[in-house]
Design a protein around this ligand. Sequence first.
Ligand code: DGY
Length: 303
Amino acid sequence: MARVLVTRRLPFPALDRLAAAHDVTLWEDDLPPAPERLRELVADAEGLLCLLTDRIDATLLDAAPKLRAIAVYAVGTDNVDHAVTRARGIPVGNTPGVLTDATADLAFALILAAARRLPEGERAVRAGEWRTWEPAGWLGLELSGATLGIVGAGRIGQAVARRAEGFGMTVITSRPTPLEELLESSDVVSLHVPLTDATRHLINADTLARMKPGAILVNTARGGVVDQVALAQALREGRLGAAALDVTDPEPLPPDDPLLDAPNLLVLPHVGSATHATRARMADMAVDNLLAGLAGEPMPHPA
Ligand code: DGY
């Protein structure tokens, strides 16, 4: 029986399997432990089940000399310094595949919401600004016949492409289409790349300037892929038609962040995978990874 730290309550049956096999310490708070508290908590842990909100780096691992398996409750593992875990021989697992449809659904919901200006329409109804049916009121982009550029055609990007084809969109993807060409040709650009050194601020002042005037940017990947200062500027200048983001940098986005003053911006609190079924499956996979890692077996879903 190993000592295992779980850094947040996961209200799914999978945790019972973990608790039946190991001595589990659960961080009960609604908010993540501060880095210094996390360092104290991992001091005697052999296994760690963590969230994307926990930074797993050399400083943390120095405080966790017994750690021998890490399961991340997410597909994206940019919160982990993989060079450090590799150097220390600590296997890291993630939860690929099970959140593909949930995240693709959410990306498509954002595409529809931005294209048809749903937030503005809803606000207008509540503010008493809906006076009559207007021939030119709240006009948006018709998706049928429009071009969707998918940056990052992995599992989630491909699932968004399938949805877009059902809506009659033309789909182009960043493999094989070069990024500049994709940006210049797309009415809607949807981001599906992991956050790495190569993709940080991939969408910046230069790449935003390549987008079609009035185009829509959707991000369900990671906030750091977009330079938010440049994004706010492009929205304020009306060069970009709208942006719909499920992810920001930082998270949570402070309510006084200047980005929130930009027009035609829809922001959600990182809910791409937030369906009951998906989050339960993610818990199963994270527990499977940790059980295997602690048993000295290969993780079924190595990151
Ligand atoms: C992930 O898994 O990387 C998502 O961003 C959260 O589920």
